[in-house]
Design a protein around this ligand. Structure first.
Ligand code: CA
Length: 237
């Protein structure tokens, strides 16, 4: 079982240090950042399982970072707010935070909240050896095979990774840049047309009609979105 990675974006050492120590004791892998910029960088490079995000950061507002994270990811975010920032709680949750804690908080309380959020947001977490199942599309991450309505779908490596990213964030738009960065080399200089070619091929193999897609929707100028389990009319396990 691999350790869950928690990204702590907090500039106050008196909070961040004991917090990181407590999380490590609880068996989490901890990545820390003291600015919003470093936080975004760490988010992109480390793909944490959960983010603890301070509102007041030296180079900006934690809520702006939350907004940026939400353009491409549903990774759970717990806001760390100062006492009296009542509006921040509301705004943070409206922006897509999963929970918040008010400083000062006890480590035990925070760990309990983190575990609750991770449990709540677990499906469809891509744990190794598990399945991603949305509607009648089932992806086995261990054997790297895909089935649709029980029938095997033969995918190339890139198509598989593309589908995995879309299904992991089903219901939300995954930005073109994000897909390009994750599925192709970040320093890849080729045309982004490649992405469209792969999506088109993926649709064909899934039996999706580009004019009336059931699985993969194009969000013009932004990216692509895989249908949510609700849209496909089946609840995932
Ligand atoms: Ca702060």
């Amino acid at each position: 079982m691999t350790k869950r990675v928690i990204l702590v974006v907090e500039d106050e050492e008196s909070i961040a240090d004991p917090l990181a120590a407590a999380l490590r004791r609880e068996g989490f892998d901890v990545v820390t950042a003291v600015t919003a910029a470093a936080g975004l960088e760490a988010f992109r490079t480390r793909s944490p399982d959960l983010v603890l995000l301070d509102v007041m950061l030296p180079d900006g507002d934690g809520r702006d970072l939350l907004r940026q994270i939400r353009t491409s990811s549903r990774t759970p975010v717990v806001m760390l707010t100062a006492r009296g920032e009542e509006m921040d709680k509301v705004i943070g949750l409206e922006l897509g935070a999963d929970d918040y804690v008010v400083k000062p908080f006890g480590a035990a309380e925070l760990v309990a909240r983190i575990r609750a959020v991770l449990r709540r947001t677990a499906a469809p977490a891509p744990a190794e050896g598990s399945e991603l199942a949305i509607g009648d599309v089932v992806m086995d991450l261990r054997t790297r095979t895909v089935r649709r309505a029980g029938a095997p779908v033969e995918l190339t490596l890139k198509e598989f990774e593309l589908l995995r990213m879309l299904m992991e964030q089903a219901g939300t738009v995954v930005r073109r840049e994000h897909l390009m960065d994750e599925v192709w080399d970040p320093n890849w200089f080729g045309s982004t047309k490649t992405l469209d070619v792969h999506v088109s091929s993926l649709r064909k193999k899934l039996g999706d009609d580009p004019a009336e897609p059931r699985y993969i929707h194009t969000v013009r100028g932004v990216g692509f979105r895989f249908s949510s389990p609700e849209e496909l009319g089946t609840s995932s396990p």
